[in-house]
Design a protein around this ligand. Structure first.
Ligand code: WT7
Length: 647
């Protein structure tokens, strides 16, 4: 076992929970979830207080999850208005632009209220009302947060599409939730380059209903075309009223939809609701990051991912925090940008992904050492398991050996942290997410029998035995798919899709996906999605996509491609296919390696044997296992001979 890092006395003293308190609170949360969450729910302001707390069933055929179901509240009132009364002049959002030469913005809670209300009034004037869906396709600018909160103010449901997604992906998501309005910007500057968001949105909207409107925020002032469906935010905002009364929402009214990749076909619209999600985002933000008044919290994610929803906007703002919104990338203008921003804004908690840590570790310690990071108190990691080498560098070089690292395991579906060390309570183990958050009941199941594996030093699939407030409630428009995906394989449990170990001390180590989902730079990608993009190309007959270990990204995308009869492989065609996938899905889905495959290894019944393809992609074909059931075992020799990833 590698080194472990016990909390210091000072950390334990400062933390919201030391080891003893964690143990006591955790046990209370599991033995008496009703009592525990009845108390925690009070962290929010309710319009009508709840009398019922938990009402959930994981029973096959009746998956039904409700929290605080008779309570009413408004999210923007909780994230903005109530802080205006107590800390109106405190900075709510620090916006750090892509280009460090441009000025940062500091938006106070009082100012935020005005921005949110004006945006809410604009939405209303465009015909958006309670329950309507609004798609956001925006850069990381304050208007993204205004738009999210404005939706919650009037009870509209937002669905954010990451600005790196293609027009096709955007169009599918607009149609998928039947959105009334799309909010976008002219351009999205990122890493010194500009993505033409408005023209992407125009391209997407060609495939959408004619009455979908488009609200355009000016970011760069660059040239854009204007159509009949477009509205100019910067003009409308001058006339918009500064106040809008928050809509009274039921705790179980949908708050947002966020599409995420699964192991099959189309991405799923994950639905989170109002009360439980906000209670959970708030509590996890406070405890996991040991948040205290006066701290400056920075989560480097994009609001296009769930991490940005829960830990840039909803969790921090519910807690009256100062949260940083960063428009740029870790390596622009150079690999010191993160540390420069930490020093500039005196960041106290810093939360990023292992892929960024690995990339910055490779750029050398000097980039870090140039900057004064003495305000940092805690570091966080999310998105994939963090390798101990990166962990140790993060701990020693970035954290100066004084900052606990919280390795937070969670998912789009879980709304907030599920497994994480707690600072001041947990003795840290590099590479492990370790302990369940309050209210979370992790179990390790035998993948074959579906039986719980008890005791320690065991391995299996990671499931959760009971509901927690931040849990997704359904798949938008397809509750059956929700049941099947998460509750179909292991009856009575929520299945995470991940494998895990529970070590001799009872700590959890998440080992990665056990389904056909790969994790590229902390982003989830369904191999089926990349495959269907590839076969949509006229020259492609068939394709199989797998992940392979990648030094920086964690996993890279390895595509086996069989061409149509008569088509010849070439470097040009390889480039063409890369560009094709970028346009079909987005840059994050671009295959890292494409191998021309005259044939794919299939069973006699025609099923592709991915196990073999994974091994070849990993350059580990010594142990291919049994290939005797293949229809044509000779294809394997060809694939090995022409493999792309040779170490
Ligand atoms: C998948 C969820 C919500 C966080 C951002 C990604 C993997 C995430 C960890 C971690 C090991 C992790 C899992 C999970 N994952 N965090 N700390 N340790 N694995 O959200 O896109 O919904 O992906 O990311 O495989 O299932 P997501």
């Amino acid at each position: 076992m590698s080194n472990t890092y016990p909390p210091t006395e000072a950390q334990a003293k400062r933390a919201h929970a030391d080891a003893e308190t964690y143990a006591k609170m955790y046990s209370h949360s599991i033995t008496d979830p009703e009592g525990f969450w009845a108390e925690e729910g009070k962290r929010l302001d309710w319009i009508k207080p709840y009398t019922k707390v938990k009402n959930s069933s994981f029973t096959p055929g009746n998956i039904d999850i409700k929290w605080f179901e008779d309570g009413t509240l408004n999210v923007s009132a909780n994230c903005v208005d109530r802080h205006v009364e107590t800390r109106g002049d405190q900075t709510a959002i620090i916006w750090e632009p892509d280009d460090p030469k441009d000025d940062a913005k500091h938006i106070t809670y009082r100012e935020l209220q005005g921005h949110v209300c004006r945006m809410a009034n604009i939405l209303q004037s465009l015909g958006v009302s309670k329950g309507d869906r609004v798609v956001l396709y925006l850069p990381m600018i304050p208007e993204a947060a205004y738009a999210m909160l404005a939706c919650t103010r009037i009870g509209a449901v937002h669905s954010i599409v990451f600005a790196g997604f293609s027009p096709d992906a955007l169009g599918a998501r607009i149609n998928g939730c039947d959105a009334k309005l799309v909010i976008t910007a002219d351009y999205a500057p990122r890493g010194g380059r500009e993505t033409p968001l408005k023209s992407n949105a125009d391209a997407a909207l060609l495939h959408c209903k004619e009455n979908v409107k488009c609200l355009v925020v000016k970011r760069t002032g660059g040239q854009t075309t204007w159509t009949d469906r477009d509205y100019d935010y910067n003009e409308l905002v001058l006339e918009a009223d500064d106040y809008q009364k928050p809509e009274e929402m039921n705790a179980e009214d949908p708050l947002f939809i966020l599409y995420t990749s699964g192991s099959t076909g189309q991405p799923k619209g994950v639905v989170h609701t109002t009360g439980g999600y906000l209670v959970y985002a708030s509590m996890t933000h406070q405890y996991t990051f040991d948040y205290h008044d006066g701290d400056v919290f920075w989560c480097t994610a994009d609001v296009g991912w769930v991490t940005g929803h829960s830990y840039i906007v909803y969790g921090p703002l519910a807690n009256g925090a100062t949260t940083i919104m960063f428009e740029g990338v870790p390596t622009f203008p150079d690999a010191g940008r993160f540390w420069e921003v930490c020093a500039k804004h005196k960041v106290t908690q810093f939360y990023t992904a292992p892929t960024a840590i690995r990339a910055l570790m490779g750029a050398g310690d000097d980039h870090v050492k140039k900057h004064d990071l003495s305000d940092l108190r805690l570091l966080g990691s999310v998105g994939e398991p963090i390798n101990p080498e990166a962990w140790t560098w993060y701990y020693n070089v970035v954290g100066g050996g004084n900052c606990p690292i919280v390795d937070t395991f969670w998912q789009t579906e879980t709304g907030g942290h599920m497994l994480t060390p707690l600072p001041g309570a947990t003795t840290l183990k590099p590479g492990a997410a370790q302990t369940p958050f309050f209210g979370v009941k992790p179990v390790v199941l035998d993948p074959q029998s579906g039986e719980e594996i008890h005791g320690n030093d065991v391995e299996g699939v990671l499931c959760i035995a009971d509901s927690w407030p931040g849990q997704m409630r359904t798949v938008w428009g397809d509750h059956e798919r929700f049941e099947k995906t998460y509750f179909g394989d292991y009856k009575g449990y929520y299945f995470s899709g991940d494998g895990c170990k529970r070590d001799a001390d009872g700590d959890y180590w998440v080992t990665g996906r056990v389904d056909d989902v790969i994790n590229v730079s902390g982003h989830r990608m369904g191999t089926a999605e990349v495959e269907s993009a590839l076969v949509a190309h006229a020259k492609v007959a068939e394709s199989a996509v797998v992940g392979y270990p990648h030094d920086i990204k964690g996993q890279g995308i390895y595509a086996y491609v069989t061409l149509m009869n008569g088509e010849e492989p070439s470097d040009e065609l390889r480039k063409e296919l890369e560009t094709w996938v970028r346009t079909e899905i987005g840059p994050i889905a671009k295959p890292d390696l494409i191998q021309w495959a005259p044939g794919l290894p299939k069973t006699r019944s025609g099923k592709i044997m991915r196990r073999i393809l994974r091994k070849i992609a990993e350059d580990d074909f010594g142990a291919l296992g049994d290939t005797s059931t293949l229809a044509d075992p000779s294809v394997v020799d060809d694939l090995i001979a022409n493999r792309m990833n040779r170490s």
